[in-house]
Ligand binder design. Structure first.
Ligand SMILES: [Zn+2]
Length: 313
């Protein structure tokens, strides 16, 4: 099995606890570990820099997260850093596990584009403007006034397009979503969101949003956050498949990827609580889809997209 997962929050746990390690970690704390990525057959894992509310708004914790990424993740034998399509190709050819950096919320940049350019130099290749709240760039999905992008937020989108940083709309308010879709000259991704028609949650995407992402040649990461999958008490792997099926019905077959949100959740879809259990998803997919389609969902769509839209070099 080959896996690409476009969203996990393990860096946030590593940032908060100095004692934690990514390889040979204490059991029961991390969902995503080096050993589990190996067991899953992971080709590429995106590591989100997510700063908790108490530390948010400063650059230091963002930089500390980058440091943790180097010290704890990239130091593992088979992990390689992916910043360009060339590095991705080499990673696949050498059978390594690629690690890509993303930023979930730009509060700490405080509206300064030079800081964004520095983060690009530090390897950040995808960015969501805000988490659920409002910040200097945009309103998040839980902000009740439902605003869109600020003037600085618009500058941010333009600068990301220039630099080759993918824009991630997963946590944005609907208004901000449509503004980013309109403004961005590059494809846009929703790294960890499901279909609202299947499970009515503000973090999920409407049919119109899904169609717009497809039209823009973007990607949608199916997420395993149980509340975004189903309202049922116990959420099953088959419930995850209903989102995939729906997105396929909207013409999204080539635009579906995985965005687990492992380490960002404290409850799980039954039997899908860490990368080592992704084989259960693959097995369920193979009951309904061809081997080729299953492979596209598990890794192929994301790899094709990244080889096209990561910077060259
Ligand atoms: Zn998130």
């Amino acid at each position: 099995m080959k896996v690409v997962d476009f969203h996990c929050d393990v860096l946030y746990k590593l940032l908060l606890d100095d004692e934690l390690t990514f390889q040979g970690s204490k059991p029961g704390i991390l969902d995503v570990t080096y050993e589990r990525l190996k067991a899953a057959g992971t080709i590429l894992q995106t590591f989100a820099i997510f700063i908790p509310q108490s530390m948010n708004g400063r650059l230091e914790p963002i930089l500390e997260s980058v440091d943790r990424f180097h010290q704890l993740v990239l130091s593992c034998d088979d992990m390689v850093w992916v910043r360009t399509s060339k590095e991705l190709d080499a990673c696949i050819k050498d059978g390594k596990i690629g690690a890509l950096l993303s930023l979930e919320g730009v509060d700490g940049l405080q509206g300064q584009m030079p800081m964004l350019r520095i983060l690009h130099q530090l390897g950040v290749r995808a960015a969501g403007l805000t988490w659920n709240h409002a910040n200097w760039a945009a309103d998040g999905v839980m902000e009740t006034r439902g605003g869109g992008l600020t003037t600085k937020g618009r500058q941010f989108v333009e600068e990301c397009n220039k630099l080759g940083i993918l824009l991630d709309v997963s946590h944005l308010s609907e208004k901000a979503f449509w503004e980013v879709a309109e403004l961005s000259t590059k494809p846009v991704i929703a790294s960890h969101s499901n279909a609202k028609v299947i499970c009515d949650h503000p973090r999920n995407l409407t049919n119109e949003q899904i169609k717009r992402l497809i039209e823009k040649q973007g990607l949608i990461g199916i997420t395993f956050v149980p509340y975004f999958v189903s309202k049922a008490e116990v959420v099953q792997v088959d419930d995850v498949l209903r989102h995939i099926e729906h997105m396929c019905e909207l013409g999204g077959e080539s635009h579906i990827m995985l965005g687990s949100d492992f380490d960002g959740i404290d409850r799980y879809v039954m039997g899908l609580s860490h990368p080592g259990e992704l084989s259960a998803l693959q097995e369920a997919l193979l009951k309904r889809y061809s081997g080729r389609q299953t492979e596209q969902f598990m890794s192929g769509n994301a790899l094709r997209f990244l080889s096209n839209f990561l910077p060259n070099g």
